[in-house]
Design a protein. Structure first.
Length: 157
């Protein structure tokens, strides 16, 4: 074999060997690690549970219930609140149908802009349905303020 071909072959082999060693050094586990794929994006079971919500079947009837959170107040005049299924043991939302209102009285620093845009000092919007999402005590507050369907059935007897 001519000397030139041997040198080219050795150079090509040396470059390939160096590349392989650098892959093994840079990525612990080398080629074996490369074959194990990372979990798919958004595949976390908790994330999937929060994203693919369903109703739990638990509901309450409400009348004149106020949920005040900072500058906003939900006034559920009358209607029904159906709770979402719990995720990791915690209810994170509800669906309201009925007669309701949301009002927002912004902080003093924001009132000028609201007045400029809406010609009003506060924002108020009536609604007949809304989806509530929460991580605080709203579930307990709504459940306590409402009347379950079973209790209504007993009262009707």
């Amino acid at each position: 074999m001519p000397q030139f071909i041997v040198r080219v072959f050795r150079s090509a082999f040396a470059v390939t060997f160096i590349q392989l060693v650098s892959v093994v050094l840079v990525f612990p586990g080398g080629l074996i690690h490369a074959q194990n794929s990372a979990p798919a994006p958004n595949s976390d079971p908790t994330y999937q549970s929060l994203r693919n919500l369903t109703l739990s079947g638990e509901s309450v009837s409400v009348s004149n219930v106020k949920l005040k959170r900072e500058a906003g107040t939900f006034h559920l005049r009358s209607g029904s609140v159906c709770f979402l299924a719990a995720v990791n043991g915690k209810v994170t939302g509800a669906v309201f149908t009925g007669d309701g209102n949301f009002s927002l009285v912004p902080p003093e620093s924001e009132r000028g802009m609201l007045k400029l845009l809406t010609k009003e000092d506060e924002f108020s919007e009536n609604f007949s349905q809304t989806v509530l999402r929460f991580t605080d005590s709203s579930y307990d507050e709504l459940k306590k303020a409402g009347t379950s369907g079973e209790e209504d059935a007993m009262l009707d007897l």
